[in-house]
Design a protein around this ligand. Structure first.
Ligand code: ADP
Length: 811
């Protein structure tokens, strides 16, 4: 619109032009000649015309837009340049309202500017405003305007305008990129800063204010930053800054903030050292809030630690094999231990692992894996490892091929379970069974054939007579005449105490009963002999020796030994199956431990926050600590229970609240249930008397039944996967007992299976050991209880545990 000032001419140049324009005012548009008034006047008139011409030249062709506007806002004059800038000819603008070239929404502003100039005649004013060209495009101008009085006293407005469109666009672009930057900073939780260590002053971006949680009016200083830094990190940050400023070097560090609400933030800050002209060092950098990443990293590290612990307890290791590159993509710490490497020997090549596998087993594994990759199917394989100390470990492996987007197998992920003890226990158990079977047979044979024999010994205890056995198969030993009983190898050396006692009895001429010792039968085979004798005296009371009877008790003793071996093997197997179950529950356990620990950490942070306040909020801090103690107890309770399950302990029969035992066991399988989408209904009767039992063994039974139930419901599609656990008191024949049932809605037990499920080694699962239920039954029987199964085929199985209440409790 109106006269304005152009930066490139400077204010004074614009003023000059405005002055010149004022000089033109009495000549209208300068085209008419002035009236002649004498020679002098003519000369004056000529001079004036020249001046007008000059000014007109300046007016028309100066690259500044000039407008003359009357108080009503009508354009009185405009220079050619000004009109052309707007895409008009001068004639198109002159006589028209100047508002025509302004945006509708700016009209008020234009009117106000005109009014201002008119009320302050001869004062110039400057503003910036948009105009639109004839073609509709936008032109930004900076206008310098001034109202002047014409000779007739009418005010006119002179305006000089400078085109600032480019600058405006640059400013807009800058503003926009600043807005984008602010948005990007907000989204990435990254702020920027400038910091002068000499003055302690800082310049922050909006996001930096947000990170430090203070309003934009706060003046950011180094002091303020230090107040926010976590007390434990302040020294470290100070050292970093001191060093960076001393050596004028960049820095990159992480530290924590302790926020006013007690929460903790993790920051990562990177800065570049810049030397100012003054010689001072300043830092320009970025600061990111990495709390979320840190916390997930910590959580991850914690669960990795628990996983490692759980893998160690359950002797399970996990790995991923890169099929293309033929090397491990991942291996757990436990894998190193299994193969006899140090867990921190991270760079052991895959070949070194392979070389520890027995060569014939390795060939087999390679083939199994090749087939699995070809068919893209999971596989299981057993193999043996020879450790450097020569010991052999047996391993059971399960592998799953992972198919890439191109449909090819890229990786195999899998687990190795160290089954050495399990296999050994199974073999020992098998041997014990076989032994028991043979000794039963032998016992029967002996019982049919064996009989006692009689003997006599003299005063020196040497045998003088042995009755001849009538039956050829009889066991009475021969060749013993003249020997003492302790001369008969090899028992004498084995148990000297027993013989000392026996000899003392003989020397005292006392009778003896049921001495058992090892001897040999007439064929030289070792046998166990039981003998009793009484002293003989003559009429005068002189000691003559002993007379007695012996029998071969080998079969009975062997049977006892076999039973004992069976008991030990069973206990051993119960332990290894428990450990195996723990392996299956690894994820559950990590989850159970993780939860309370995460709570401990956040409460500890909160507590530090409460203590860091001025003054410290001790009540709140105490409450946080109480929660920490509760959660820490919860976590250590879980660990304790797992340790108890993993440890080999003597059976401990103590009064137990069965509902408590159930809840503890269920806590360990909670995650497993969730993973398999199994819901649990617990109906535990309250006020049940305590039962007498071993907590760990009863939990083992429950976990076993629950895991079997989960497996039995794997194939459920139309039935819900639901497990019901009930505890209740049952009174029969005046006797009360506890009934605990575990009911699933799985495949159920077919008649062909139902009779055999409690038989050792019976399993219908490919990887099953078939010992679970037989161990459960022997545990329950050791508690004087009964374990039975009911089933309607196709609608699930119910396992019933009946346990007696101790007498004092039932009364
Ligand atoms: P494993 O689980 O190693 O096979 P168990 O002794 O625990 O050994 O179980 C023996 C067999 O009993 C199983 O293989 C399965 O056929 C059957 N069985 C056990 N529990 C259930 C159940 N809840 N539902 C159906 N069948 C079951």
């Amino acid at each position: 619109m109106m006269p304005g000032q152009i930066a490139k001419f400077g204010n004074s140049a614009a003023q000059l032009l405005l002055g010149g324009l004022a000089a033109l005012r009495s000549f209208g548009n300068g085209e008419k000649d002035s009236p002649a008034v004498g020679d002098n006047s003519r000369q004056d008139a000529v001079g004036l015309r020249d001046a007008v011409k000059q000014w007109r030249e300046v007016f028309e062709h100066n690259p500044v837009m000039y407008f003359m506007v009357d108080p009503a806002g009508t354009v009185l004059n405009v220079n050619t340049f000004g009109a052309a800038q707007l895409g008009y000819t001068t004639a198109e603008l002159i006589g028209k309202p100047v508002l025509n070239v302004f945006f509708e929404e700016d009209h008020d502003l234009v009117r106000q500017c005109i009014a201002l100039c008119l009320t302050t005649v001869n004062q110039s004013h400057t503003w910036e405003i948009r105009k639109f060209r004839k073609d509709g495009s936008v032109l930004w101008v900076r206008e310098n305007a001034k109202a002047m009085l014409r000779g007739d006293g009418m005010p006119i407005l002179l305006v000089a305008c400078e085109n600032i469109t480019q600058r405006k666009e640059a400013e807009d672009a800058l503003r926009q990129s600043e807005a984008y930057l602010a948005q990007a900073q907000e989204l990435s939780h990254t702020g920027s800063f400038g910091l002068s260590l000499a003055t302690g002053e800082a310049i922050w971006s909006q996001e930096t204010f947000r990170i430090f949680q203070c309003d934009l009016a706060t003046k950011p200083t180094l002091n303020f930053v230090f107040q926010r830094i976590h007390p434990e990190d302040r020294d470290m940050v100070r050292r970093t800054l001191d060093r960076a400023s001393r050596l004028a070097e960049n820095f990159d560090h992480e530290y924590r903030l302790l926020m006013p609400d007690g929460s903790v933030k993790y920051l990562h800050s990177v800065a570049r050292a810049v030397r100012r002209a003054s010689g001072h060092i300043e830092f320009v950098g970025a600061i990111s809030d990495v709390t979320i990443a840190k916390e997930s990293e910590q959580r991850l590290r914690r669960s990795e630690a628990y996983l490692a612990e759980a893998q160690r307890l359950s002797q399970t290791s996990s790995w991923a094999w890169d099929v293309d590159r033929q090397q491990f993509a991942y291996r757990s710490t436990e894998l190193y231990r299994l193969f006899g490497f140090e867990p921190d020997q991270v760079d052991v090549p895959a070949r070194a692992f392979q070389q520890r596998i027995l060569p014939e087993d390795f060939q087999r594994i390679v083939e199994v894996e090749r087939q699995a990759v070809l068919r893209k199917e999971p596989f299981e394989v057993d193999f043996r490892i020879v450790r450097p100390d020569g010991s052999i470990r047996r391993v059971h492996t399960e592998g799953h091929p992972v198919v890439g987007s191109d449909g090819e197998v890229r990786e195999i992920i899998g687990t190795h379970v160290d089954v050495t003890e399990r296999v050994a226990a199974k073999e020992a158990l098998q041997r014990a069974f076989d032994e028991l079977k043979t000794s039963e047979q032998r016992f029967r044979d002996y019982a049919e054939t064996a009989s006692d024999w009689f003997w006599e010994s003299g005063p020196d205890h040497r045998i003088t007579q042995i009755s001849e056995h009538t039956d050829a198969a009889g066991a009475a030993p021969t060749g013993l005449i003249g020997l003492t009983r302790w001369d008969i190898p090899p028992d004498a050396e084995l148990d000297p105490g027993k013989w000392e006692q026996h000899r003392a009895a003989l020397d005292a001429h006392l009778p003896f009963r049921d001495l058992v010792y090892r001897g040999r039968d007439r064929n030289g085979s070792p046998i166990y002999v039981r003998t009793s004798g009484k002293p003989l005296h003559d009429a005068d009371g002189h000691f003559l020796g002993y007379r007695g009877v012996s029998s071969d008790v080998t079969a009975a003793i062997r049977a006892e030994q076999a039973e004992e071996a069976l008991r030990i093997a069973q206990a051993e197997l119960a332990h290894v199956t428990r450990v195996t179950t723990l392996g299956e529950l690894t994820a559950s356990i990590a989850h159970e431990v993780n939860q309370p620990l995460a709570a401990v950490i956040s409460n500890a942070d909160a507590c530090i926050g409460w203590l860091g306040r001025e003054p410290a909020n001790l009540d709140a801090a105490r409450r946080s600590v109480e929660w920490i103690v509760e959660d820490a107890n919860r976590a250590s309770e879980v660990i304790r229970r797992i340790r108890a399950l993993a440890k080999k302990t003597e059976i401990e029969m103590v009064p137990l609240d069965i509902n408590q035992v159930v809840r503890e066991a269920m806590a360990l399988v909670r995650h497993e249930l969730a993973t398999h989408s199994v819901s649990v209904r617990m109906e535990l009767s309250s006020g049940l008397p305590r039962i007498c039992g071993d907590r760990i063994q009863l939990q083992q039974v429950l976990i076993n039944l629950v895991m079997n139930g989960i497996e039995a419901m794997q194939a459920n599609v139309d039935r819900p996967r639901e497990l019901a656990i009930r505890s209740t008191r049952v009174d029969e024949d005046g006797e009360g007992h506890l009934l605990l049932t575990v009911r699933d809605r799985g495949v159920g037990l077919g008649s062909d299976v139902a009779d055999r499920i409690f038989t050792p080694f019976f399993t219908t699962k490919s990887g099953g050991l078939g010992m679970g239920l037989s161990i459960c039954r022997s545990i329950i029987e050791a508690h004087a209880g009964r374990l039975s199964a009911l089933s309607e085929e196709g609608s699930g199985a119910t396992f019933r545990i009946a346990l007696p209440f101790p007498h004092e409790d039932t009364s």
